[in-house]
Write a protein that binds this ligand. Sequence first.
Ligand code: DGT
Ligand code: CA
Ligand code: CA
Length: 574
Amino acid sequence: MPVHNDDVAGVFEKIADLLEIRGENPFRVRAYRNGAREVRGLPTELAGLAEKDPDLTRLPGIGEALAGKIREILETGTCQTLRRLEKQLPPDLTELLRLPGLGPKRVHALHYDLDIHTPEQLYRAAKDGRLRALPGFGPKTEAAIVSALEAHLSTEHRLELATAARYAEPLVAWIEGTDGVDRVVVAGSYRRGRETVGDLDILVTAADADAVVNRFVAYDEVERVQSRGSTRSTVFLRSGLQADLRVVQGRSFGAALHYFTGSKAHNIAIRALARARGLKINEYGVFEGDERLAGETEESVFAAVDLPFIAPELRENRGEIEAARNGLLPDLVELSDLRGDLHCHTVATDGHGTLEEMALAALERGLEYLAITEHSKRLTMVHGLDSRGLLQQLERIDKLNETQKGLRILKGIEVDILEDGGLDLPDAVLGRLDLVVGAVHSKFHLTRARQTRRILKAMDHPHFSILAHPTGRLIEGREPYDVDMARVIRHARDRGCFLELNAHPERLDLTDTHCQMAREEGVLVSINSDAHSRLDFADLLYGVSQARRGWLEAKDVLNTRPLPELLQLLGKTM
Ligand code: DGT
Ligand code: CA
Ligand code: CA
């Protein structure tokens, strides 16, 4: 059984939760939580890494103890520590911790006083009014728990695109191993590059459909076969992810690919165009009466309704059909257009690679420039740099720039934007940098007016270059802070500043619609990895997907510019 990073992280999180409910040492709890976060953040599978380099302590945030546990989980799918804890406590208890207002202490009480183990039992107890008898639980808490559970029990689970890719890629490779298979493509929201994916829609052309279906259901991560026919099947993988398979004939491939790529809204709009021309489009082809006119390629489907090819990322019925009709489709940015990366960290703060290692990794990816942008001093938890620390780093950068050929290292900082809109380091120091990336890391709950004013004021600063992760949202984790993005974007335009599209799969911040707004205002977007280790440059791909969904062309992206032009653009803001 292959073990994925999410499985490892899941084991660590479960251990942390159970330890916490038992009231154990908080440091031990935190070590497991940090471990889980680091493992989830890795862009490569641990299983592969462990094969290449058995010393896992070289990974960010992984010490001897956790490295041993990772090896155990990779081999057995679980670990002794967890098994021991699960004997002492019902494992479903940890789900209760996800509910608002339920910390370890209360979960402890629910378990030991009311013998509640599962969300369903908790729901019944709350509905029956049995919770209010417990110390610390009033009727109000009880009502809050009922409504949270009603929401919790009904929300669908979506995976981040990067996580979905870790499941999709080996599954595609497995299907490609079928005899006589021709094409294997993951369609749906995955192909459209959405930031989260609900399920995988896999389309295959093959001479022998039966052989493909047989191999699909035999994949070793399949936990349950939901349905199975001669040309289609739906399964659930062990991770809970659903995968739909369709096998089609070559002459229908384009029509099926278009149909299953969606989005639904885009498909409906295209079919309406077809109807207006007396045609019918379905997943088998384009038809006039009984006569098949097209369907082998997606291009032929679009051509049937007099449109050029529309990139999957644009297919959301958000103006792409009109743009296509008028010859105004954007020429979307590609990964290979990026010449540099303007946001990364090193061991000097919370990164895990040295300056030299990060530079080498960027060079190996073919980048021409890399900005080092450590945190500033207010972020004490991650050892943010003060003026002195920053100046020392600048010297090291100068030295490395003398010897390192092919890559220019730019001097930057990810400076904290303080509550009043000031920056966390003095002007004199910021003035010595090539660029200043400003970021909000605190006071997420200011009113919209104050949050907006704070950010606009930071951008007024003469040295300000790029606003990092502009809304602060974490996908499935934290809501964006309340800020007037239209004003922020216009202000960036007026001040000659830029906006970051942070490519971390958990952030992808700017969103696609904000990218579109930036483009309309003529504000350049910088697609940055925010790399904390040399592996993280791989995330740039997800930033590019998001940028494409936001209609960005290479010319709309700051870090597609050659170095001299980039420096000129940055200089304008000084
Ligand atoms: P997801 O899985 O929630 O992330 O989103 P999608 O877009 O992958 O949606 P999914 O998996 O339900 O269906 C895949 C594609 O199949 C969808 O993008 C368009 C097409 N499709 C599904 N149901 C319908 C439908 O009722 N009408 C039309 N026209 N197309 C549909
Ligand atoms: Ca899907
Ligand atoms: Ca589906």
